[in-house]
Design a binder for this molecule. Structure first.
Ligand code: 73E
Length: 820
């Protein structure tokens, strides 16, 4: 690895402040300093970036294109510095310039081009791909506005635009030389090809935009590898050129400009929910078409036979969002390379693979035929033909079972079903945790699994320890390295070597002391941002994730209300002080989710200001939860709330970040929790609630009636009554919808997510948490074991599995030479 030279770095920073802002370091403000430091760091990595791509070309390695609508990257500067092992040199350089690295890092806006787990997973995967030395591109959209900024006013969520590019992005490089055209609308006509004499399908009278890529570096850990996240921006084609004006195409020129302006404007802020908007489909086709076109062109620059593209290229579809890729590749093969359908189909089959991230029915992508065929007429034709042949295959396989076609066709009921297309067209279908994959095989995608079992496989998610321990929790990272050396940074399995220290009292004390200091750091953040005083000696019980009913933040806050009632009834009851910490964004149009945020804040208001309970319970809602403050939050957590309705959370990845940082899981047997418990042992986690089989059985038999619980359990009834009797809001209707959803469930089943059903079991698990925490030595051991046993949950392990079992990539070593 190239060494970072401190003196050189210092003078680069000084030069950049001058060149960019005509200022000296003393005159520049914090943002300007950040920009200058970022440019100096980019300068340093650019040689490695070039060397990486030179090496890939020389060795002609296979490349994975990770197609994703979302990349939740967070801040780049601190992460890059860490991966360069440049921490010490840069820190010293910055200090010698009279600056503070933490303050500088804090100036960087998060790159929040994603909603939650799915987008953050993509970011962790890129980090691992670079660190392991695999050739990869992340392909996505350069949204002008990322995930909205959440502001809490009077307890309500208000959304503010996230203008993350306001000061420019020092890390990106615009690559206009690689721009491509993407076409929408119009119609398809058949023309005779002069050369071949064959019929050709040509899209006419379309509108198009120019897709212009911006490249961001993805720096591997200490290995010279810098991969690329390529995000596409849309620009107008032929803006008002005289030609079209003369031809009377003025209207069209304006329309094309508008199209270009709107496509990349904003990220849809819906997690686990299909927006169903035309603009969303435009976004999907826009970045997919651009990425696939470029990948094919790049392949053809060095190879002459498009028929072998699968040997060098794999498209991984991050959920169904980029599934139009299969039809786009077919279009290029059939229309542009004149390949026969059957052969094109085989090539496509060998090139595309699909990851399923959710079974939530409202998240499944189904597009109305009318919309789809109007926006993407040629792509629609191709999908029709794929469907026609697929339906024949189904009928051949199951001649007597018409239900199969009904359940499996790609086009049915006036809709294009993207998951069916992805499964039919790819060679791999993977779930994201063992339980989730089993549910796919045995329930949700049962018919597909029966017909094509060889496609199905599991890849349990993971997270990068470099961001979520090395960067986010430097104290614990140093402790681990001091005990077992630093191999864990690139091979998290080694962290198991910490296990032996869990029996050593000194080590346990040190470990808990680090947790305490991290709690002090978070308490300070909370004081600064929320004005709430919290006691770092209390149990930090944390639930941070997107707000969704299936994730059951409501169960958590109802339990807080219950505990508060208990304390009021028995003021002398022995009670270990707790701080309940929440962080969650609700999609802007998701009313019930927003009411739950209001409820949490209303309960916080009442409980935090009730002197009679002596500060034993505090409730904090951290505003604008995002990657950058997540790093601080995970480090400080004692209890990790992973309480989704069993079967609903495909994997979860926050659960892994908590575990890595020594928090103990309080959770249901859902998603990756199952595997977490398997690694750490049941005795080192707090498990409660219905199993996924039980939930699925109730969903089928309809035998669950929450009224029975309401009628028989007085404590639960009291808590529910408080939702509508003015205890938490003078407006008695404020929480009426929540109340109704639990007991009446207009438009759905009452208590669809089994909150009342799991309530007692949850409350009892919470009591076990308190008892365990009171036993200091026991808790310390549990917490430390969680850190020690999380080796499996590195995204390095996940990526290694994808690389070996799906993508078949080879590892590359990169040397930086004088050439670069
Ligand atoms: O369980 C998580 C999973 O850990 C799942 O809910 C999430 O993906 C994570 C990573 O695998 C997810 N997000 C979406 N679907 N699954 C989604 C759906 C539509 C729009 C945006 C996100």
């Amino acid at each position: 690895m190239k060494e970072l030279n401190k003196e050189e770095f210092k003078s680069e920073v000084e030069d950049y402040v001058k060149v960019l802002f005509r200022k000296s370091i003393k005159e520049a403000d914090d943002q300007q300093i950040f920009q200058a430091v970022a440019y100096a760091v980019k300068d340093f990595i650019v040689d490695q970036w070039m060397a990486t791509h030179r090496t890939y070309e020389e060795k002609d390695v296979k490349t994975v294109y990770y197609l994703s609508m979302e990349f939740l990257m967070g801040r780049a500067l601190g992460n890059i510095i860490i991966n360069l092992k440049g921490n010490q040199a840069i820190k010293e350089a910055i200090e010698e310039l009279g600056l503070n690295l933490d303050v500088i890092e804090d100036q960087e806006p998060d790159a929040a081009l994603g909603n939650g787990g799915l987008g953050r997973l993509a970011a962790c995967f890129l980090d691992s791909l670079s660190t392991l030395g695999y050739a990869a591109y992340g392909c996505g959209i350069r949204y002008k506005y990322g995930m909205f900024k959440q502001v809490i006013e009077n307890g309500y969520q208000i959304e503010k635009p996230d203008d993350w590019l306001k000061y420019g992005n020092p890390f990106e490089i615009k690559r206009p030389e690689y721009a491509v055209e993407v076409k929408f609308g119009g119609y398809v006509s058949i023309k005779k090809d002069e050369e071949t004499g064959r019929n050709k399908f040509v899209q006419e009278n379309y509108q198009s935009v120019l897709a212009v890529p911006y490249d961001l570096p993805v720096v591997g850990y200490n290995n010279n590898v810098v991969n690329t996240l390529r995000i596409w921006d849309a620009e107008a084609i032929d803006t008002f050129n005289l030609d079209s004006f003369d031809k009377g195409d003025y209207q069209k020129a304006v329309e094309q400009q508008n199209l270009a302006r709107t496509i990349c404007e904003v990220l849809y802020p819906n997690d686990n929910h299909m927006a169903g908007k035309e603009l969303r489909l435009k976004q999907q086709y826009f970045f997919v078409s651009a990425s696939v076109q470029r990948a094919v062109m790049k392949y053809m620059e060095k190879h002459d036979d498009i028929r072998k593209i699968h040997e060098k290229v794999c498209f991984q579809l991050n959920d169904t969002h980029p599934t139009v890729a299969v039809a786009e590749l077919m279009r290029i093969l059939v229309d542009e390379y004149n390949i026969e359908w059957d052969e094109a189909w085989h090539i496509t089959n060998k090139t595309c693979a699909y990851t399923n991230h959710t079974i939530m029915s409202e998240a499944l992508e189904k597009w109305p035929l009318e919309l789809f065929s109007r926006l993407l007429p040629r792509i629609y034709q191709i999908i029709e033909e794929i469907n026609r042949r697929f339906v024949l295959d189904i009928q051949r396989a199951y001649p007597d079972d018409y239900g199969k076609v009904e359940r499996m066709a790609i086009i049915y009921d006036g809709q294009v079903k993207m998951a069916h297309l992805a499964i039919a067209a790819g060679f791999s279908v993977n779930g994201v945790a063992r339980l989730h994959t089993e549910i796919l095989k045995n329930q949700e995608l049962k018919d597909f699994y029966q017909m094509m079992p060889e496609k199905f496989n599991n890849k349990t998610n993971g997270i990068t320890q470099r961001r979520f321990l090395l960067h986010g929790n430097p104290l614990l990272a140093d402790f681990v390295t001091k005990k077992i050396g630093d191999d864990w940074i690139t091979d998290l399995k080694h962290i198991d070597e910490l296990s032996v220290y869990t029996d050593d009292e000194m080590s346990r004390k040190e470990f808990m002391n680090i947790k305490y200091q991290n709690k002090v750091r978070l308490a300070k953040y909370i004081k600064e941002h929320n004005g709430i005083e919290v006691n770092p000696r209390s149990i930090f019980d944390v639930q941070v994730k997107r707000l969704h009913e299936y994730k059951r933040q409501l169960l958590n806050i109802l339990h807080v209300m219950y505990l508060y009632n208990e304390l009021k009834k028995n003021p002398d009851k022995e009670f270990y002080p707790r701080t309940f910490i929440f962080g969650a964004k609700a999609s802007a149009g998701y009313h019930r989710a927003k009411s739950i945020i209001k409820l949490i804040n209303s309960v916080a208001d009442v409980v935090n200001n009730d002197k009679s309970i002596d500060g034993k319970i505090k409730v904090v809602f951290i505003e604008n939860y995002r990657v950058s403050n997540a790093e601080i939050i995970f480090a400080a957590a004692d209890v990790s709330e992973q309480i989704s309705t069993a079967s609903k959370e495909a994997s979860g990845t926050g659960n892994m970040k908590f575990m890595l940082n020594g928090a103990v899981t309080l959770g249901t047997m859902d998603g990756a929790n199952v595997e977490i418990v398997e690694e750490v042992g049941k005795e080192n986690a707090f498990i409660f609630g219905l199993s996924s089989d039980e939930v699925i059985a109730y969903e089928h038999n309809g035998q669950y009636n929450p009224r029975d619980i309401y009628n028989t359990d007085g404590d639960i009834r009291a808590v529910l009554t408080q939702l509508v009797d003015g205890t938490y809001s003078s407006n008695l209707d404020e929480f009426r919808d929540i109340y109704n959803s639990l007991l009446d469930g207009q438009g759905g089943r009452p208590d669809m997510y089994f909150i009342l059903k799991d309530f007692r079991s949850y409350a009892e698990a919470q009591e076990r948490v308190s008892a365990a925490y009171a036993d200091t030595a026991k808790w310390a051991k549990m917490a430390m074991l969680n850190t020690a046993k999380c080796g499996k949950f590195s995204s390095d392990r996940t990526i290694e599995e994808y690389a070996q079992e799906i993508w078949h990539l080879e590892k590359v070593k990169v040397e930086v030479t004088t050439e670069d």
